[in-house]
Design a protein around this ligand. Structure first.
Ligand SMILES: [Zn+2]
Length: 257
């Protein structure tokens, strides 16, 4: 299946992603932080928005909905558990509800943690994961509405996705995440190399997305809480992975870097 995709920086560090099926001209944006840059990206291509796919209810993911819906009349899809908090939602979805964007079909995966009803969209045929604020390049979202072990269980669901799945997430946090990651996994050579790459990309003003699941499995400490080396680096040798993950999250919250 061929598709077109555009990464759209919004606000200070958010991303929206535009995904288009050229055969049907169906065009979706995943999350809606700010209507202006999304409209501009669509105008540049001469595309019309047909779908707005929302990962969770936070303002910096939904506040662009009203303006985009007014202009394009696009169908708003979002998590059923957060439907009341998502403006102008048309279709509330859960894991049993495939989401079609033209000929492309997303599977909904529930990933509670950052918010209680957070979902991610996995386009299996295209190998595209839109992870919102659940999984970041080299990091993960803060568990605001559910405890850290619940978020760990959500991340374990994503670990099983094919390694060549492209990861798109809601924010450009990769450099800060990388600086923290090397403190949690100091002997990981792939991670050290990735930190250098990320520094160079950000210095050049380039986005660090998309990543791949294989790259995340190798280098993202939040997907490696059951790796003995990570537990040991935290002084938790033999520790329960959910506890190691919780400690990692705590340390990241307090990390200045
Ligand atoms: Zn959020």
């Amino acid at each position: 299946m061929s598709f077109e995709i555009r990464l759209v920086p919004c606000l200070s560090d958010n991303y929206a992603v535009i995904l288009r099926d050229p055969a049907t001209e169906a065009t979706a944006v995943i999350d809606a932080p700010d209507p202006a840059p999304i409209e501009k990206a669509l105008d540049t291509e001469g595309w019309k928005l047909t779908h707005i796919l929302i990962t969770h209810h936070h303002g910096d993911h939904v506040q662009g909905i009203p303006a985009l819906k007014k202009k394009y009349g696009a169908t708003v899809v979002g998590p059923r558990a957060e439907a009341a908090k998502i403006p102008q939602i048309d279709v509330a979805v859960g894991p049993a509800d495939p989401v079609a964007v033209g000929g492309m079909i997303a599977r909904v995966i529930e990933t509670p943690g950052h918010t209680a009803g957070h979902i991610v969209y996995m386009f299996d045929a295209e190998k595209l994961l839109f992870a919102g604020d659940t999984l970041f390049a080299l990091g993960c979202g803060r568990p605001f509405e559910r405890p850290a072990p619940v978020l760990w269980a959500s991340l374990l669901k994503l670990r099983d996705l094919p390694g060549d799945t492209k990861l798109y997430c809601g924010h450009e946090y990769t450099l800060s995440n990388a600086r923290f990651a090397v403190t949690a996994d100091p002997d990981n050579k792939a991670l050290a190399k990735r930190l250098a790459n990320v520094e160079a990309m950000r210095k050049a003003g380039k986005p660090t997305l998309p990543s791949t699941m294989a790259e995340e499995l190798r280098t993202n400490p939040f997907l490696r809480a059951d790796d003995p080396a990570v537990a040991e680096a935290l002084g938790m040798k033999g520790g329960d992975p959910a506890a190691v993950f919780t400690e990692l999250r705590e340390r990241k919250n307090n990390f200045k870097g």
